[in-house]
Unconditional design. Sequence first.
Length: 160
Amino acid sequence: MNTNALTMIFRKNKYVFHCMSELPEKSCYLLKFEMKACNLDFIIELHHDIHKRMFIYAVFPLKIFPKKRNSIAILITLLNNNLASGCWELNMQDGTLRFRISYIYEEDESRFEQVFMEHLDEAIRFTDVCTPAMLAVIFANANPHEVFQQLTESVDVSLN
């Protein structure tokens, strides 16, 4: 799959994007989305090797404070245990929080767009649902177990 197909999808859907790097083995793009709670950057990595891997990362807009990292780790563990696909990742050293969906893409251009858009939509919906919970734990000192319980009572966090 060439990167032109991906940029054509971005243009067709009127996404604001920036090519971060375009190498023979990997292309990387930045997309910006306005969410309910905050704006999120999405990084799209398209690997051009024999494995045909695609990574979609939703990057949380701020680093998690050191004293909040354990609470956020508890919350994302609870969330990850209930996900059908994707996962939250927290770097305990620098506080970077992101949501990742990865998959093997097909070379068939007609299927590529549909599958990519399904995964991107899933990442957008899930981060939009979970971001207010993250903010509640970080800024309102909410208990991660209680936040998870409230979230799962109102939303199917598995995205099934």
